[in-house]
Design a protein around this ligand. Structure first.
Ligand SMILES: *Cc1c(COP(=O)(O)O)cnc(C)c1O
Length: 377
């Protein structure tokens, strides 16, 4: 495999100290009580950047496991679940709800805009009989960022628990779990956290655990069962052998974030400068309102195929950016500036590569993107 600069919206580059941490000698994580302390501390550190006292658990599986585990653990047959949908991951939650016997009621938002709080409020006035609701923080295929700071307290006020997919935002956007009353928020190792793929982590409120404990029927899964993780520390028992090297690497990546005091501001300014460079070049952003600071999604200029552009950038500049999928397939390209990739030097080179590749393929930028970016940053 060729080592390229990966500027995709995850997986992101993994810093050397994280790679080295994964290579350390390890103990038996099921039997060595020191590892229970290490796991607990790592969870608490995740809680620190999520600004929560809620319990955090790290599970062995990619981000999708977090989504499924939340739905599997909370959904009972015939439960009504509100699926807030303004993107591909938003929509996808309905499948998990249905898979575990729930009835998914979809609140559909404009796919080019963040969820409209007033509209949601109006909807809830008429119907708020839901056990929980799902919402995506940053819906990565389109790059829309939803105001979970407004959505989650509103739902909670209506007696609805919230499950937030923040896989593409956690570590790059502010999250205040306790203040915003988020019951379950989940992230993954390979996006803004910049550790290798393979772990998901969730913060789980008391209310969410209570719901799981009060179920009529047990959770129809073991791997997706959050309840089996509840008392691991007291019981000195993990539901399955934790992938210790992955967790040691994750811990280093979390420490990297906690040591980086300006991490959210940096994502903010890089996101803003990137959008400005793109617009001044005469390209169009896909989103109209609610811009993510971790991924920028750009409409393909007329007459240029996304695959050609991506191929040119990779072959001539060794930079990997992404196309998209679903209803956005072939229509947009995506630059991930999250975690280790939210760095000025990397973005400068990526914009240079993009601008030159566009030129070769017949699109002349109206302004120099690198110059606009650097002036704005
Ligand atoms: C990346 C991502 C996931 C995990 O999905 P994969 O396609 O398996 O990487 C889940 N939710 C969101 C919003 C994501 O960006």
């Amino acid at each position: 495999m060729k080592v390229s600069q990966i500027m995709t919206p995850g997986p992101t580059e993994v810093r050397e100290n994280v790679r080295m941490a994964r290579a350390l000698a390890t103990t038996n994580p099921d039997l060595d009580l020191e590892f229970y302390e290490f796991y607990k501390e790592t969870c608490e550190k995740i809680g620190l950047f999520l600004k929560t006292n809620n319990q955090v658990r790290i599970l062995s599986g990619e981000g999708i496991l977090g989504l499924e585990a939340a739905c599997a653990s909370l959904t009972e047959t015939h439960d009504r679940v509100l699926v807030i949908d303004n993107g591909i991951f938003g929509e996808g939650f309905a499948d998990f709800v249905k898979m575990y016997g729930g009835e998914a009621v979809v609140f559909k938002g404009n796919r080019k805009r963040k969820i409209d709080i007033i509209e949601l409020e109006k909807f809830l006035e008429k119907d708020h009989d839901f056990k929980y609701a799902t919402v995506v923080h940053c819906d990565t295929p389109s790059g829309v960022l939803n105001d979970i700071d407004k959505i989650c307290p509103l739902l909670k006020k209506n007696g609805i628990l919230t499950v937030v997919d923040s896989v593409a935002a956690m570590g790059g956007e502010d999250i205040r779990v306790d203040e915003w009353k988020i019951d379950v928020v989940l992230g993954a190792s390979q996006k803004c956290v910049s550790a290798p793929v393979g772990l998901t982590f969730l913060s789980i409120s008391e209310d969410a655990f209570k719901l799981m404990q009060q179920r009529e029927k047990p959770i129809a899964s073991y791997y997706c069962n959050l309840l089996v993780w509840k008392d691991y520390y007291e019981n000195e028992w993990f539901p399955y052998t934790p992938p210790i090297s992955d967790i040691v690497g994750l811990r280093r990546a979390i420490d990297n974030i906690l040591e980086d005091k300006g991490v959210i501001e940096r994502h903010n300014s890089i996101g803003k400068a990137t959008r400005k460079a793109v617009m001044e070049a005469g390209l169009n952003l896909y989103i109209e309102e609610g811009y993510s600071n971790t991924v920028t999604v750009i409409e393909m200029p007329e007459g240029i195929a996304d695959k050609e552009l991506l191929k040119h950038m990779l072959e001539e500049f060794n930079v990997f950016i992404a196309g998209s999928f679903g209803y956005l397939q072939g229509k947009v390209i995506r630059i991930g500036h999250m975690g280790e990739n939210a760095k000025v030097n990397k973005m400068v080179y990526t914009l240079l590569a993009l601008q030159n590749s566009l030129k070769v393929l017949g699109f002349q930028c109206k302004k120099d993107m690198v110059e606009v970016f650097l002036n704005e940053i």
